[in-house]
Design a protein around this ligand. Structure first.
Ligand code: EPZ
Length: 434
């Protein structure tokens, strides 16, 4: 079975290039089908969630041309108002963006209920509330969500919770509605802003993205554009934390340092050095890190998508740290795996009490979801001895070339499938079985 073999204990050093933001790309590629002209999207990350959304777009008639590994031309003109459902689309969360896109384009959408990482109940009531405020009827039938409106009209929506997905979905539908829409208590994440910029480059009229209040004046149609996706804030953060976990020195290129500020602040607080330049950050750690407290919050707060990674680092820091997860209720599943590597962490409700240990030891572990999987790889890189990490398909949803990039920083990591590959990797790393 495919898995990673990691021999830990090396300080990682060197330079790594960050790919386009997966969560921005999911929204932008869904929105691309709203235009009836070709749209060229650059800096698309080559990860499995993105392949799924492109495949879904093709399945409803979009013409998707791959120009190079990270650039796609998408023509939404032939897209048909048909149900979107296949095994891929049921696996990813971002498939629900096709509801907003198709509802805006046709006044009707039928999409299979979304999948995604099992990190909580993940309701979609705010999406539904937003579509209804635009005049749509929304209901579920046969595990599909159906949204339809005779005429989509602008509306005033106050989101009860700050939701990235609901903000994005409503913004897409409202872009092609009649009249003005106001979304209050909107999500401010960089990918929300990136989608607004993309839609505006197609002729939409959206103001205020990146603040609590987004104002949208509906337009009749969207035209073609060329657009480059922002760098992935969470991929960048994961390599920043890899430097901290392994006492390394990594320069992370193709980033927007502003998007990383809350991570930079935490790293400095626990004793790392961070240097920023225009489009890079360099993180180094030379002495044992200190404890701190972290609470996940919507942007610009500490991202829930970096919670497992910081817990891994705090598990090796001096003292006791408290990590509070306030976005998703089921995001500490990886703690049991980390405990098998020697971590001392007690989870009480949405809080983890982390007592730093001197080191982790290699173990055979499973990724419970995307970010937790990446965090466990960081733990394995920091650990003494060898680890085997299974269920890596989660990690491959969101990290392009993860083992290759880590190897370029000096890590001993191999992706293996067959017994021979496994034995070869172990020999290369000079290890016997775990
Ligand atoms: C997006 O999920 C991301 N996914 C997640 O990244 C990320 O963890 C999350 O935002 C928070 O930043 C994509 O962009 C595809 P939310 P999303 O709606 O949109 C509650 C990763 O690892 N809520 O902002 O599903 C919800 O339960 C993934 O890349 C409602 O109550 O998150 C949660 O508590 C994992 N009703 C909170 O809001 C709703 O209708 C925030 O969720 C919607 C959400």
């Amino acid at each position: 079975m495919e898995h990673y073999i990691v021999k830990g204990g090396h300080a990682l050093s060197g330079e790594v290039e960050i790919a386009g933001a997966k969560n921005a790309a999911l929204a932008i590629l869904a929105a691309a089908i709203m235009a009836n002209e070709p749209v060229v999207v650059e800096n698309v990350p080559d990860v499995s969630d993105i392949r799924a959304i492109l495949q879904a777009a093709e399945s409803i008639g979009a013409i998707v041309e791959k120009i190079d590994r990270h650039t796609f031309r998408i023509n939404g003109a032939p897209v048909q108002d048909v149900p979107v459902d296949n095994e891929y689309i049921r696996k990813i969360r971002g498939s629900y963006y096709l509801i907003g896109a198709l509802l805006g384009k046709f006044g009707h959408a039928e999409v299979a209920l979304p999948g995604g990482c099992k990190i909580g109940t993940r309701p979609i009531d705010q999406h539904i509330k937003g579509f209804r405020a635009l005049g749509a009827d929304v209901y579920t039938a046969n595990s599909h969500i159906i949204a339809e409106a005779e005429q989509l009209e602008g509306g005033h929506i106050y989101m009860d919770v700050v939701s990235v997905g609901a903000t994005i979905n409503v913004m897409m539908a409202a872009a092609l509605s009649k009249g003005a829409t106001i979304i209050e208590n909107a999500a401010k994440e960089p990918h929300v802003v990136d989608l607004a910029n993309f839609l505006n480059s197609m002729g939409a009229r959206i103001r205020g993205a990146g603040t609590d209040v987004i104002r949208i004046r509906g337009v009749d149609h969207l035209h073609g554009t060329e657009y480059s996706i922002i760098p992935d804030q969470i991929e960048a953060g994961t390599y920043m934390f890899a430097a901290a976990a392994t006492m390394g020195d990594i320069t992370i290129r193709n980033v927007i340092p502003k998007h990383l500020e809350c991570l930079t602040a935490k790293l400095i607080e626990i004793g790392c050095e961070v240097m920023e330049s225009d489009d890079a950050v360099r993180v180094s750690a030379s002495k044992r890190l200190r404890n701190t407290n972290v609470k996940t919050l919507p942007y610009p707060g500490f991202p829930t998508d970096m919670q497992p990674q910081i817990t891994v680092i705090l598990g090796l820091a001096g003292g006791t740290s408290i990590v509070t997860e306030s976005i998703f209720e089921n995001r500490f599943k990886y703690v049991d795996e980390l405990a098998r590597m020697g971590a001392q962490i007690k989870v009480e409700g949405n809080t983890a009490i982390v007592t730093g240990v001197d080191s982790y030891t290699g173990a055979r572990i499973q990724s419970p979801d995307l970010r937790a999987g990446a965090a466990l790889v960081l733990a394995a890189l920091a650990a003494e001895g060898m680890s085997e990490i299974y269920d890596i398909h989660y990690i491959e949803r969101g990290y392009e070339d993860f083992p290759e990039k880590l190897r370029s920083l000096g890590a001993d990591i191999a992706r293996v499938d067959t017994d021979e590959e496994q034995e070869r990797a172990k020999r290369r790393f000079g290890m016997r079985a775990v």
